[in-house]
Structure formats: C-alpha cells, structure tokens
Design a binder for this molecule. Structure first.
Ligand SMILES: NC(=O)c1ccc[n+]([C@@H]2O[C@H](COP(=O)([O-])OP(=O)(O)OC[C@H]3O[C@@H](n4cnc5c(N)ncnc54)[C@H](OP(=O)(O)O)[C@@H]3O)[C@@H](O)[C@H]2O)c1
Length: 296
C-alpha cells in the first residue's frame, strides 16, 4: 500500500497552538450505544493504523464511549505524546466539568488533552448555565488539563452569549460542515472573532446526501487531481481554513484521504462547489434541533 509522505498542513489557533488539518474521529461509525463497557478491539487497531499513517489529530468525546480505546491505542502505538493532538468533548458531564475532564483523562490514560470541547449548546437551560460552563472550561485550561478549549455545534447566538463573559475566547467551534451545510454566517462570525472552524461529517455529500448537485463537478475534479471524491471534499475544507474531522475503518481509505495534502483547489473551484452546494440543504446530525429548511 502506497504511503503518502506529503505532510498534512497545520492551522494556528487563537491561543498559539498548532493543529494538524486532518483528524481521525472515533465517533459516528465507532459510537458505542448502551453501556459501552466492552472494549472495541477493532477500533484500537484502526486508531493504531491511523497513527502509523501519521494521523496525529485524534478526535474523541465522552459521549462516544470510545475514550478507553483511544487511550489504549495511543499507549500501544508508542507514539511520543507531544506529537499528538488529542481532542475530547463533554456532554453528560457538563454540569460538573471539573469532574468530567478528570474522568475523561483517566479513560484516555493521559495527563492532558490538546483540545477540550463543550459538545453542544442544546442542553443548557439558560444563558447563565452556558456562561458558567465556559468559566469551568477556562479553569480546565488554567489547570493545564487541556491546552486549548473550545465548543462544538455552537451558533452565533451561543458564541455571543459565551463571549460576553469569557476571559479566554473559544479557540475552536467543531460543526457539521459540507457543501450542503455551509454555515456562511457562522463562518463569518468565526473569522471576525478568530475562532477556528473544525468540520465533522465533511464527506456527507458523498456518503449520506448523494445524489446531489455537486456530484458531477466533484467527479470532474477527482479526475483532474487524480484522487477520490472524498479527498476533494477534505481539500475543500482545508482550502477554506477549515479542519476536517473524518474517519474510516479501512486502512486503504485512510491512506487515500492523505492525498488531500498533495494538491490545492483554485478559488474558482471552491466557489463552484459552494454555489452548487447552495442548491441543496442537508443536515445529518442534531436534526431534531432544527426545522427542515433551517440552514443555520
Ligand atoms: N462534534 C460533534 O457533534 C460530532 C458529530 C459527528 C461526528 N463528529 C466527529 O467527526 C468524526 C467524523 O464524522 P463522520 O463519520 O460523520 O465523517 P465523514 O468524514 O463525513 O464520514 C466518514 C465515513 O465515511 C465513510 N466513507 C468514506 N468514503 C466513502 C465512500 N466512498 N463511500 C461510502 N462511505 C464512505 C467511512 O466509512 P468506512 O469506515 O467504510 O470507510 C466513514 O465511516 C466522528 O468520528 C467524530 O469524531 C463530531
């Protein structure tokens, strides 16, 4: 199997941290329902494969129940800790973040994570609750348990509420992002406030929302750059300073995804994907929180 050696580019965050612009995720396909106490050996092997292929940005979450696998894979891979950028997120434990981060670190067998995220704003009952949670996140950073702190699934209104009382602004907002959900207002807000956009579900137009208006153009670009459609979707993120968070259980696919580091889309090609993508709206996650035609 060809091993692609072109390094994945990095993005500088508003607190000075540097993050590899392609992440391996341990949610969705790997998500454990029920108790989640059984160890998923296939996932451990897949994470080790990803690390071997030089995926150093690893995305986890309390709610995926895969932190133990992530921890074991990191340990078994023998990789130096400072090479990795490890993310986890808090959802169930949001009312006691000080405790939640300790539990997560224990499961991960780590002293710190590189990035800690509030998983979603939908569970807060008031603005005060959201602001209090952010203050607890700031303490996690002060205590050195997370190098960088951020949020996920926040809309401009949630970021505004958070920024009103924040001493440290969120560095990252991890959102569903693909041509059929481009979040233009949110991305403008991120740019204005120097918050990095991380994209989960970056392959949705290919995996869940096909067929669609971008298909033919993506196929043409795949031929032009001699890559798979997946790599075009990943590069479309990177070329807009967005960090894609993807995954695969297949080594070949993980290896292929790395080809997104070997070419660049032109501004005209990005615009064409954006324009075609605008012709359709599709949301794969948190559908119950939004009206069917709500693109925010
Ligand atoms: N913050 C949040 O609320 C949130 C929500 C969702 C996800 N996430 C994070 O984002 C990560 C990635 O999310 P995602 O899985 O939705 O991302 P994605 O990049 O859109 O999809 C990855 C999936 O696409 C499949 N795939 C790739 N190429 C394909 C092809 N040509 N045909 C058919 N299937 C193909 C892979 O399956 P194979 O395994 O078969 O290759 C893999 O399961 C998660 O693991 C999680 O870490 C965060």
């Amino acid at each position: 199997m060809a091993h692609i050696h072109t390094p994945i580019p990095s993005l500088k965050l508003n607190d000075g941290a540097s993050v590899p612009m392609l992440a391996y995720g341990t949610g969705t396909a790997w998500f454990k329902s029920g108790e989640g106490s059984e160890i998923d050996k296939t996932l451990i092997d897949s994470i080790k494969t990803a690390i071997k292929l030089e995926y150093y940005h690893l995305d986890g979450a309390e709610v995926y129940k895969t932190e133990p696998e992530l921890g074991s894979a990191i340990k078994e891979s023998g990789i130096a800790r400072d090479k990795l950028f490890v993310t986890t997120k808090v959802m169930f434990g949001v009312s006691d973040i000080a405790k939640a981060i300790k539990t997560s670190l224990e499961k991960l067998q780590l002293d710190y994570v590189d990035l800690y995220l509030i998983h979603a704003p939908f569970f807060f009952k008031s603005d005060e609750e959201m602001q209090k949670a952010w203050a607890a996140m700031e303490q996690v950073k002060v205590d050195g348990l997370a190098k960088t702190i951020g949020v996920s699934n926040y809309l401009p209104k949630h970021l505004e509420t958070t920024l009103k009382t924040a001493k440290i602004p969120p560095a990252v907002n991890q959102i569903e992002f693909h041509p059929y959900l481009q979040h233009k207002d949110l991305l403008d807000f991120h740019k204005k406030h120097n918050i990095a956009t991380f994209a989960y579900g970056p392959l949705t137009a290919l995996t869940k929302a096909a067929p669609g208006p971008v298909d033919d153009y993506i196929a043409a670009l795949s031929t032009k750059y001699a890559v798979n459609p997946a790599e075009i979707f990943l590069r479309w993120c990177i070329d807009q300073d967005v960090v894609p968070v993807t995954t695969s259980g297949k080594e070949q696919r993980l290896s292929d995804y790395l080809r997104c580091a070997t070419f660049k889309l032109t501004p005209k090609e990005i615009q064409e994907i954006n324009d075609l993508g605008d012709q359709k709206h599709y949301r794969a996650f948190f559908k119950d929180k939004f009206a069917a035609d709500d693109r925010s």
